[in-house]
Design a protein around this ligand. Structure first.
Ligand code: KIV
Length: 291
């Protein structure tokens, strides 16, 4: 459990104040897409739940994040919010929900807040400042996302580590400073060299939350299905698996199937029984059916 009081809900201003350089404990963010996932994250004491557009890949079976809509994310945000978790609920604005107009972006952010989000996250740096400022003006906290931004996979030429040249590293620092200046309360840094994440973290007064960005960020985020080993197909270098639930689940379901096929499930204690008088009236004998 975090040292934060378990009954106090985490807020965006409280997250904004969590710089490790100022003595704060690193932030812990985990994705979740439904009520059971939100309860697990809450009971484990994480600080932020991200209803990420990664739902497209780990839950909905798509190959990338580009296929999910605002309605899809809102559906999953609602499920997470109904668990009433203590962590701050951050919802991803999906691809094309903030790219065509500032008004559309604000309205889409509002849709996610009405579904239960307490903040939204969007990808991109200086070219997104007008959108960030407008959403912040609408009193919705915004989390930035820089580096390997999966919604730009085609523009980037794939899922590639970003910021490897000195120009690219300096551009990331400039993007992060601009996002912080425009009102972002935190910034996700994804898929960047650890030294670059360290430079960015030192350059901004809002927390950075890393994924594949090394240990020098103000916090870390991982995807629920990766942490728990529910996703066993791809294992990026930065993922640490803390459980092997896919294998455990396959084993459990296989044992269930064996029990059904072998006539061992359900047992007498797992069945409902008629009262003796009713069974007699119907001409039935009590006791379990014998095969
Ligand atoms: O959608 C997501 O899960 C994310 C994280 C990888 C930061 O954006």
């Amino acid at each position: 459990m975090s040292s934060t009081d378990a009954r106090t809900s985490v807020t965006a201003p409280a997250v904004r104040a969590r710089k490790v350089a100022s003595g704060a404990e690193p932030l812990v963010m985990l994705t979740a897409y439904d009520a059971p996932g939100a309860r697990i994250a809450d009971d484990a004491g994480v600080d932020l739940i991200l209803v990420g557009d990664s739902v497209a890949m780990v839950v909905l079976g798509y190959d990338d994040t580009l296929s999910v809509s605002v309605a899809d994310i809102a559906h999953h945000v609602g499920a997470v919010a109904r668990a009433k978790p203590r962590p701050l609920i951050v919802a991803d604005l999906p691809w094309m929900s903030y790219h065509t107009s500032v008004d559309e972006a604000v309205n889409n952010a509002a849709t996610l807040v009405r579904a239960g989000a307490q903040a939204v996250k969007l990808e991109g740096g200086r070219k997104r400042l007008r959108v960030v400022e407008a959403i912040v003006d609408a009193e919705i906290p915004v989390m930035g996302h820089l580096g390997l931004t999966p919604q730009s996979m085609h523009a980037m030429g794939g899922f590639k580590v970003q910021g490897r040249t000195s120009e690219a590293a300096l551009a990331l620092v400039a993007d992060a400073k601009a996002l912080a200046h425009s009102g972002c309360f935190a910034i996700v840094l994804e898929g960047v060299p650890d030294a670059v994440a360290r430079m960015v973290t030192a350059a901004v007064d809002v927390p950075t939350i890393g994924i594949g960005a090394g240990p020098h960020c103000d916090g870390q985020v991982l995807v629920f299905h990766d942490v728990l080993g529910l996703e066993d197909r791809v294992a990026p270098k930065f993922v640490r698996r803390y459980a092997d639930l896919k294998a455990d689940a396959v084993d459990a379901v296989a044992r269930y199937a064996d029990d059904v096929r072998g006539g061992h499930f359900p047992a007498d204690g797992e069945s409902y029984h008629l009262a003796a008088g009713v069974a007699e009236t119907l001409g039935l004998y009590g006791g379990p059916v014998r095969r």
